[in-house]
Design a protein around this ligand. Structure first.
Ligand code: GUN
Ligand code: ZN
Length: 437
């Protein structure tokens, strides 16, 4: 039995914090402890209480005065776009055609996929992100590379091979049958192997024929516990093209609905231009709208209406994500900084307690995985991120004037980045020292 006891300021969430003063939504200990036994959290609370529960020889790691948080969760990111990020000057469809599809073609080479999968998970961990929901390329080998790398690190990740059989270059196309067969084989090999989860991944309605959409439907029917991920209502030209390709549809959401793809484990990236009818359909099915602020700003796609979705009569489940390489930063701190500004442009605010809820428990709930990740609750996996609020001279100076936890979190979100992550634990193992700088 391996025991480790972390000491520091522990913070996790019980529910969505409605206001900046809503501390009853948080579980915070100024001198807190997290006891890890064999990769799982065995106890959390005041350090003295947790210490009393630990065995004699327990190893104590003192992180004071840093914050001990659940590891961050990124609910939508493209592994093959590490060399697409920072591509100049296009909106969505041109950006896909000019930069993204040519880059993803390189993943025909399995060796390239293995290299990028390794660098991708290194980068995510450096940023304090311990779980991603990832798109791989169309090539089966890219998903194999991702899962092999994830499994070797004992990370809990969700991923899938993209299915796409039209409106893209030959080198990134599959067929309805090969997309189905490759997905089946990947599910058989990787789903629930260790901490791996498979997501059926039709890229979006534009790049799948109706025959392929039916294959995605069949896969979800055959494996109802899988996640499903795709893109929805990101850009006006995308919406118009989708309407042309599926002329019978009421709207974009209706296309996915027709193929049985809405549901509680379905993640829809973007959801910027949804009608009320579409939002109602998302809500009724328990589908998740994924907020990708840096991507939506970078591609000029529009402003995700976080507070409207949350406060409407039929609320939507919401996740947050980087969407690298449309997104411009790997950090969930940087992501929520931009998210705050997007929400501000919609005339609302998101309080910093809610931001940190979103990237931990909120995203775990959106994935229906809160029994495993996203909190510091006993019985869950010990995926933990340690943050230092005084990492840079500018942060140190601002910390001199900060009085409350909420103010500190807002500073972390506004100025924090990978330098702010003092340590990251995956299933109880500290990994920071093993990551490239
Ligand atoms: N829609 C379809 N594919 C993509 C993608 O790779 N990135 C973004 N942002 N939108 C998409
Ligand atoms: Zn995306």
């Amino acid at each position: 039995m391996k025991q480790t006891l972390l000491r520091g300021r522990t913070l996790s969430f019980l529910r969505f914090p409605e206001t900046i003063d809503d501390l009853s939504a948080c579980r915070y200990e100024e001198d807190g402890g997290v006891l890890i036994v064999d990769g799982k959290i065995a106890a959390t609370g005041a350090f003295a209480d947790v210490r009393a529960k630990a065995g004699e020889g327990v190893k104590i790691v003192d992180h004071r005065p840093n914050l001990i948080l659940p590891g961050f969760v990124d609910c939508h990111v493209h592994m093959p776009q590490m060399q697409v990020i920072a591509s100049y000057g296009a909106e969505l469809l041109d950006w896909l055609n000019n930069y993204t599809f040519p880059e993803e073609t390189k993943f025909r080479d399995a060796q390239h996929g293995r290299r990028i999968a390794r660098l991708f998970l290194d980068e995510m961990l450096r940023q304090g992100t311990t779980t991603v929901v990832a798109y791989c390329s169309v090539h089966k080998a890219s998903a194999e590379a991702f899962f092999a790398e994830s499994h070797a690190r004992n990370m809990l990740n969700v991923a899938g091979k993209v299915m796409m059989d039209r409106n893209a270059p030959e080198g990134v196309l599959d067929t309805p049958q090969s997309g189905y067969d490759d997905t089946k084989a990947l599910i058989a090999e990787w789903h629930r192997k260790g901490r791996q989860h498979y997501a059926v991944t039709p890229r979006f309605a534009i790049t799948s024929t109706p025959e392929q959409m039916e294959m995605a439907e069949a896969l979800m029917r055959e494996h109802p516990d899988l996640h499903m991920q795709t893109h929805l209502s990101e850009n006006h030209a995308e919406i118009a093209f989708t309407q042309e390709l599926y002329p019978w549809s009421k709207d974009y959401t209706d296309v996915y609905d027709r193929y049985g793809l809405l549901g509680a484990k379905s993640l829809f990236g973007h959801c910027i231009h949804l009608s009320e009818r579409e939002a109602d359909a998302m809500s009724a099915s328990g589908s998740v709208a994924v907020f990708c602020p840096t991507s939506n700003l970078f591609l000029g796609s529009g402003l995700f209406d976080y507070q409207r979705f949350r406060k409407r009569e039929n609320p939507l489940r919401i996740a947050a994500a980087t969407d690298v390489g449309g997104g411009t930063n790997y950090s969930m701190l940087r992501t929520m900084d931009e998210g705050y500004k997007v929400i501000a442009l919609n005339g609302e605010k998101l309080n910093p307690l809610a931001s940190f809820w979103q990237i931990t428990r909120g995203n775990a709930e959106a994935l229906s995985l809160v029994d495993k990740i996203g909190t510091l609750e006993p019985g869950t996996d010990a995926d933990i991120t340690i943050l230092n609020s005084s990492t840079t001279p500018g942060m140190r100076l601002r910390m001199e004037t900060i009085e409350t936890l909420a103010e500190e979190l807002f500073l972390l979100q506004t100025l924090g980045d990978d330098r702010t992550v003092a340590e990251v634990y995956v299933a109880g193992e500290p990994l920071k020292a093993s990551l490239p700088v």
